[in-house]
Design a protein around this ligand. Structure first.
Ligand SMILES: NC(=O)c1ccc[n+]([C@@H]2O[C@H](COP(=O)([O-])OP(=O)(O)OC[C@H]3O[C@@H](n4cnc5c(N)ncnc54)[C@H](O)[C@@H]3O)[C@@H](O)[C@H]2O)c1
Length: 328
């Protein structure tokens, strides 16, 4: 993978790959990505663009078909901005193979990045399967937003090779990778994931394994507080988002961001914080719970705090929140 030609064509963070990086990464050729939803498609995109063989795996073939279309469209945007050539796009797409069978997807993977639905029972099951099916040397990384890496690792026979590799949404655009060391994670594993993150042009930050890590321990309570403010009728959707955008210079308001992340994912993360710290201040807002239980997940379901029409970037507040005097 790390041929001279590839090294020359890949932009690596702030500098080109040095010999240590190349040495550390020379055994990383094939990366399996489990889950092809919002995050999985972006993770496949960046690895494939950087020359890795990517095995995209999902239990849902339709999700993978959609993911490939999304990757193609996102690469077209890069072409329009002159940051990618048509030829590089075709090469990147040819690096991605799709699988519905996990055994086939991971049997020769050097690194696995799991990006399936945020659910502890599901992730435990997936990691038990990965432990059985992937070679012993393979690093098993998870893109979980909040679930304990130590706990996930404890269900495998290789907790030292289990680590958090937390990409941000949208993956091709956002530069941060939050790396989370489980209690048992080996130093070499952390180093490999750190260098791999830099190699694909990201800025890695290493943190320890506490509920929500750093990013979501701070972000999610802010989103939850915005939902509570809406629930209590302190202000409407537009007012809350405008105040945070213009007043705090956030690129998008917390309710719009929640729609973008997925309200189901936000709810799961709040539950992890609530249970993990045992502190009432992390209890998810009732409105958030109701919206998730009713299937209003935000962008991925078409409606959350806003209505989302594919292809349109216009911000349209959901009818339910247009009457500013509503209460739950
Ligand atoms: N959405 C975000 O903004 C965001 C940001 C950072 C991290 N994350 C984390 O990334 C992970 C994925 O989140 P998402 O938003 O992409 O979810 P998503 O709901 O968009 O996609 C999840 C995908 O996982 C697939 N899946 C479910 N069970 C599976 C299995 N057993 N094997 C293989 N695939 C399976 C589903 O079919 C679906 O395509 C979660 O852990 C989430 O917390 C999400």
């Amino acid at each position: 993978m790390l041929t001279t030609e590839k090294q020359a064509s890949v932009k690596i963070g702030q500098s080109e790959a040095n010999s240590n990086t190349i040495e550390m990464l020379k055994n990383v050729k094939t990366i399996a990505v489990i889950g092809s939803g919002t995050m999985g498609n972006g993770i496949c995109h960046v690895f494939a663009q950087c020359g890795f063989k990517v095995h995209m795996m999902d239990i849902n073939q339709a999700a993978m078909d959609r993911a490939l279309v999304t990757i193609g469209k996102n690469m077209d945007r890069q072409i329009a901005k002159n940051t990618l050539t048509e030829e590089a796009k075709q090469t990147a797409l040819s690096n991605i193979l799709t699988y519905t069978d996990m055994a086939d997807a991971v049997k020769d993977a050097d690194v696995v990045v799991e990006a399936a639905t945020e659910n502890i029972d599901l992730k435990v099951k997936i990691f038990q399967q990965l432990d059985q099916l992937a070679p012993e040397r393979t690093i098993l990384a998870t893109n979980t937003s909040s679930i304990s890496i130590t706990r996930i690792g404890s269900y495998t026979k290789r907790p030292g090779k289990v680590i958090g590799m937390h990409f941000m949404n949208p993956v091709p655009v956002m530069r941060l990778v939050e790396i989370i060391n489980g209690y048992a994670t080996e130093v070499e594993v952390t180093n490999t994931i750190y260098l791999l993150s830099e190699y694909i042009g990201k800025v890695p930050c290493i943190v320890n394994d506490y509920p929500g890590f750093i990013s979501n321990r701070i972000l999610m309570p802010m989103i939850n507080e915005a939902v509570l403010s809406l629930q209590e009728g302190v202000a409407g959707v537009e007012e809350i988002d405008t105040i945070m955008k213009l007043g705090m210079a956030h690129p998008m308001g917390p309710l719009q961001l929640a729609d973008f992340i997925g309200l189901d994912t936000c709810y799961s993360i709040m539950n992890v914080l609530h249970m993990g710290f045992g502190n009432q201040k992390y209890a998810p807002a009732t409105l958030l719970a109701n919206m998730v239980q009713a299937g209003y997940y935000g962008v991925k379901s078409g409606e959350g705090f806003y209505k989302h029409t594919p292809g349109s970037k216009e911000l349209v507040v959901s009818d339910r929140f247009k009457n500013k005097s509503w209460k739950i």
